[in-house]
Design a protein around this ligand. Sequence first.
Ligand SMILES: Nc1ncnc2c1ncn2[C@@H]1O[C@H](COP(=O)(O)OP(=O)(O)O)[C@@H](O)[C@H]1O
Ligand SMILES: O=C(CO)[C@@H](O)[C@@H](O)COP(=O)(O)O
Length: 555
Amino acid sequence: MGKYTIGVDYGSLSGRAVLVEVESGKELATAVKEYTHGVMDVFLPDGQTKLENDWALQHPNDYLEVLQITIPQVLKESGVSAVDVIGVAIDFTACTVLPIKDDGTPLCMMDQFSNHPHSYVKLWKHHAAQDEANRLNEIAEERGEDFLKRYGGKISSEWMIPKVWQILNEAPEIYEAADQIVEATDWVTSQLTGEIRRSSCTAGYKAIWHKQDGYPSKGFFKALDPRLENVVEEKLTNEIFSIGLKAGEITEKAAELTGLNPGTAVGIANVDAHVSVPAVGITEPGKLLMIMGTSTCHVLLGEEEKIVPGMCGVVEDGVIPGYMGYEAGQSCVGDHFEWFIDNCVPASYYQEAEESNMNIHELLTEKASRLQVGESGLLALDWWNGNRSTLVDADLTGVLIGATLLTKTEEIYRALIEATAYGTRMIIEAFRNNGVPVNEVYACGGIAEKNSFMMQIYSDVINMEIKISESSQTPALGSAMFGAVAAGKDRGGYDSITDAAKVMGRVKDDTYMPINDNAKVYEQLYAEYEKLYDYFGRGENNVMKTLKNIKKNML
Ligand SMILES: Nc1ncnc2c1ncn2[C@@H]1O[C@H](COP(=O)(O)OP(=O)(O)O)[C@@H](O)[C@H]1O
Ligand SMILES: O=C(CO)[C@@H](O)[C@@H](O)COP(=O)(O)O
């Protein structure tokens, strides 16, 4: 009798489940549920409580709806009986966090807090804790805190401690009422197993936890704010579980919600980027995976703990047990194009797209692909949502240089694509220059799947071959693999993620190869990008911050 495993991937806008055959890695069914509340960046669900700039919230009930709708759907669609599903695991955007009570109830789902913005889930791209991040970085630097090096020299405002501190600063009553502040991935997993077991992946990359040294010292937290001295014991926990372990089993309550059998193994939770690595078959150093969607994450394995300025983090066992897992990222990739189509594309283009039976991305891509490299005379910086790597500064903003009265919409679209490719090259070079080899490049995610023109540009800009994941649901497949590992070989699964990757992880046969002529022109354009990057990003011209301050004072 065949055995099956389910992975659920929680993205920025929706959650997707995939049901996979364990012995072949074949995906039998997929189901997607858009979040009912989407991303709340203007109002709370009451439609009245206004959110400030740089906020991005979500509703935890949307995550439970994903389980309730997609898991029964994949069971039904595949015709697989729940009895034959041996494991399940989830992955999530991160750092996406929420305050909860000890029994798991999110504060925003309690009447007294439902109108309080700080009681909701803070999505990874909630950037309103930048002040806290800046102060944290200053204090850590003054104290010579060793951990800073492991996070590329700076802790991002997207990560756990700045977000926790923002709650404390702006809503001490919420901080006080929270028994724990937890990553959404760990919370949803606890809704399946009945117990919170925090993952080494989220703790390591997002909450400054280290396998040997644990969290930063009490002295450091006290130096941030005396009220934070015991934040680990009071809101986090010292008990961290390695990815690849079993988090528990499906409870009776979770069985009712999902249609799975009580007792089904549940894997320790993962992050969407990191979980994708084994799903493309990577289990060794030197192979960088780009997970390209709303944002892009770059994940890479290494043998040793090297210090790479501006990376997001290096965590032992953070991706594949036995290796150092490196992460870097760009906070704005698909979102870059989304902003553009929402704000800068004339109605005539939409009309043409409709007439040609294309979506607007496809039309713009098609038009952009008819241009020669360098023909538009444009160059952009990809900082519309700040810069995660290598500058770690959410206060940086976008730039477009070279526009004239003749500049066309598709030229700007292309310049935005190229900007994200230059940003990726900057990251690859940062790894290489600091002793972490990048010998091969892989890609997965919505964009790697949907936009082959963009992937060709990336190949030309980085001047390397790019291999593409075979699965269109790579993170969900990765989670399904961790579900099979949680079940273990005795129950029909695998004993390690490396064993699972050998069978279940794959890339497509077709790859992208750099086109020499294009690569040569991109070399010149990249040299100009580098100059702009340093000029605006490293303090020589702080105009972006000045403008943000003026804007803040006007609000
Ligand atoms: N053909 C396309 N070319 C470039 N970007 C696209 C295209 N289609 C969608 N996008 C962008 O991709 C992003 C969604 O990526 P996806 O991987 O599906 O989601 P997520 O990152 O939330 O997991 C959106 O920001 C959207 O603007
Ligand atoms: O930062 C991470 C992972 O570390 C991502 O979860 C975050 O960028 C969101 O990813 P998506 O672009 O929504 O796939």
